[in-house]
Design a protein around this ligand. Structure first.
Ligand SMILES: [Cu+2]
Length: 309
């Protein structure tokens, strides 16, 4: 599966959760809006010109990783508001728009915006990537299966060039003291924290009400930040480490899987109209991933190219 013969066309199979498959009923699958998408999608090209398929973090030879790496290295080189450094600053320093544990630095409001705010955040970064390469999509790091920093995020160089997945340069001249350095990690160095296991995720997915699900997700999520360590362990700098987005993509995907199973019914009405600053979207605008232009392709497999002899 990892090595894709070039004579074969990759097909992305949608809506067939792999490791929660046993728990997914056919009814849940049938309700999944993803069935609007054809079962076989040639290559990774968006079907409508506006949809991308998020896949798991793959090998350096995987086409979706090559596209992602190219787009990411381009936006890391941009210093204005289209660039990675600027977007990373939305989460932590200098702007701290992010929501964790019902709090945000910029308001006294208490609201369970962790999942919707971060979904809008990922979407925002994905748009900046897609400004460079239309097919670029965030990959997710499934830390229940890959129990270490994925190799592709660990290598200093890829193809003789700087690896944009390994680090980024934090440039924060206006914070006190100013920061101008590469991000760092210390994976697994905290003896009190381990990466969440599949059964823990399954337990969280079984929660049927929004509040319990959101809170348990958030604490699983916290552990991964602490496990990666270094900049990831601090809200102020976490998003400057490119692995942040692979981790949060996994979180967003689990929310998506929860939505397939439980719907949105439990999201309180009071939450739906809250604005997700600075993305110009409200909670109700981010409940359906398709309207944000992406899907989670859960599995990929090879099928013979119909056009090849
Ligand atoms: Cu986080």
């Amino acid at each position: 599966m990892a090595n894709r013969p070039s004579s074969l066309t990759s097909a992305i199979q949608i809506c067939r959760p792999l490791f929660w498959a046993g728990e997914m009923s056919h009814k849940a699958n049938a309700n999944c809006g993803l069935l609007l998408a054809p079962a076989n999608i040639r290559g990774y090209a968006p079907m409508t010109g506006s949809m991308v398929y998020r896949l798991s973090v793959g090998e350096v030879t995987a086409p979706h990783m090559a596209t992602y790496i190219q787009a990411l290295s381009e936006i890391q080189a941009i210093s204005d508001d289209r660039g990675y450094n600027h977007v990373a600053g939305f989460h932590g320093a200098p702007n701290f728009y992010c929501w964790h544990h019902q709090n945000n630095a910029n308001t006294d409001l208490q609201a369970r915006l962790f999942l919707p705010w971060h979904r809008a955040y990922l979407w925002w970064l994905e748009q900046r990537l897609r400004d460079r390469l239309e097919n670029a999509a965030l990959p997710w790091w499934d830390w229940t299966l890959v129990r270490d920093v994925p190799a592709i995020y660990d290598d200093d160089t890829i193809g003789g060039r700087r690896n944009p997945l390994a680090s980024s340069t934090i440039i924060l001249p206006t914070v006190n003291p100013p920061i101008n350095r590469e991000t760092v990690r210390a994976p697994g160095s905290n003896p009190f924290v381990r990466l969440p296991r599949r059964r823990e995720v399954e337990r969280v997915l079984a929660q049927s009400d929004w509040a319990s699900f959101s809170d348990l997700m958030e604490s699983l999520h916290d552990r991964v930040h602490v496990w990666v360590g270094g900049d990831m362990a601090s809200v102020g700098t976490a998003a400057f480490d490119p692995i942040f987005f692979a981790h949060h993509c996994m979180i967003d995907r689990i929310w998506y899987l929860w939505q397939v199973r439980h719907g949105n019914g439990g999201v309180p009405n009071a939450l739906l109209d809250l604005e997700l600053i600075p993305f110009g979207r409200r909670v109700k605008d981010v409940l359906d991933v398709q309207t944000l232009g992406y899907e989670y392709a859960v599995d990929s497999m090879e099928v013979p190219d119909a056009d090849s002899p």
